[in-house]
Design a protein around this ligand. Structure first.
Ligand code: PEP
Length: 255
C-alpha cells in the first residue's frame, strides 16, 4: 500500500512571521484523529527552521524547494542537501518547471541534484511534465520518458526507494487549468510502467506518483479518486490553511 502524500509548495511566498502563522493554522485544522495522508510543507529556505519549530512533533514533514548538488564549498547563493537535512527537512522538490524555466535547470542538473540529495538520506520529489505545445503535438509521453530517464540516470533501485514523482503538466501550473483526472491518471500509469521497465515491478508498485497543477478544494476529490494518483503537489492553494486543509481532507482515506 502506498501512503498518499500532499505537499504544499509555498514557492517564493511568506515571511517568517507569515510562515509561522500558516503552519500553526494548518496544524489546528489537522487536529483530528482520523487517518490523513502524509502532509509536507515546503516553505522558502529562510522559513525552514521557523516552520520546523512549529511542526515538531506534529503529523507534518518539512520539505525544501531546491538543493545544490555539492554539500559544501564555494557556490555562492546555493544551499546544500546536508544543510537541509540539518534543519529538519525530509523532502526536497527537484526539477520544478519554474526552476527549469527561470534557472536553466535540465535533466542533467536534476540528475546530479537527486544523487546528492539521496546520498544524505533526503527524499526527492521529482517534478516532470509537458508544455501545452508538447501535449498538443502528442509528445507528452516522449517528454516525460526523457525527463525521467535523464533525472534517474545511474540511480540504483535502492537509491530511488524514497523517491516521489510529481506529474505537473506545465500548462496547469498556476493557470487555473487542471488536467482532467483521466488525463493525469493516464500519464501516472505511463510513469509507473516506465519505472517498472527501468527498475522492477515492486519498485514501480511502491513508487508514489502525485499530481500537481492547479489542485484546488473543488477538484481535489475527483483527482484523488483515481487509483493511480497518490496525492498532490499544491502551489497556490497551499498558501491558505483553509484551502490546503480542504485538499488534504479530500483524499479518500479508505473510503
Ligand atoms: C506547483 O507549484 O507545483 C503547482 C502545482 O502550483 P499550482 O498548484 O499553483 O498550480
Amino acid at each position: 500500500m502506498r501512503r498518499p502524500i500532499i505537499a504544499g509548495n509555498w514557492k517564493m511566498n511568506k515571511t517568517n512571521r507569515e510562515a509561522r502563522e500558516l503552519a500553526k493554522s494548518i496544524i489546528q485544522k489537522m487536529a483530528t484523529s482520523s487517518p490523513l495522508p502524509e502532509v509536507v510543507l515546503c516553505p522558502p529556505f529562510t522559513a525552514l527552521e521557523t516552520v520546523k519549530g512549529v511542526i515538531n512533533g506534529q503529523r507534518i514533514e518539512l520539505g525544501a524547494q531546491n538543493a545544490f548538488w555539492e554539500n559544501e564549498g564555494a557556490y555562492t547563493g546555493e544551499i546544500s542537501p546536508n544543510m537541509l537535512l540539518t534543519v529538519g527537512c525530509r523532502y526536497v522538490i527537484l526539477g520544478h518547471s519554474e526552476r527549469r524555466k527561470y534557472f536553466s535547470e535540465n535533466d542533467q542538473t536534476v540528475n546530479r541534484k537527486i544523487k546528492a540529495v539521496v546520498s544524505v538520506g533526503l527524499s526527492p520529489i521529482l517534478c516532470v511534465g509537458e508544455r501545452l505545445e508538447e501535449r498538443e503535438k502528442g509528445r507528452t509521453e516522449a517528454l516525460v520518458d526523457q525527463q525521467l530517464r535523464g533525472a534517474l540516470k545511474g540511480l540504483s533501485r535502492e537509491e530511488i526507494e524514497n523517491l516521489v514523482v510529481a506529474y505537473e503538466p506545465i500548462w496547469a501550473i498556476g493557470t487555473g487549468k487542471t488536467a482532467t483526472p483521466e488525463q493525469a491518471a493516464e500519464v501516472h500509469g505511463f510513469i509507473r510502467n516506465l519505472i517498472s521497465q527501468l527498475y522492477d515491478e515492486k519498485t514501480s508498485e511502491e513508487l508514489r506518483i502525485i499530481y500537481g497543477g492547479s489542485v484546488k478544494p473543488e477538484n481535489a476529490r475527483d483527482l484523488f479518486s483515481q487509483p493511480q494518483i497518490d496525492g498532490g503537489l499544491v502551489g497556490g492553494a497551499s498558501l491558505q490553511a483553509d484551502s490546503f486543509w480542504q485538499i488534504i481532507n479530500s483524499y479518500p482515506m479508505g473510503d
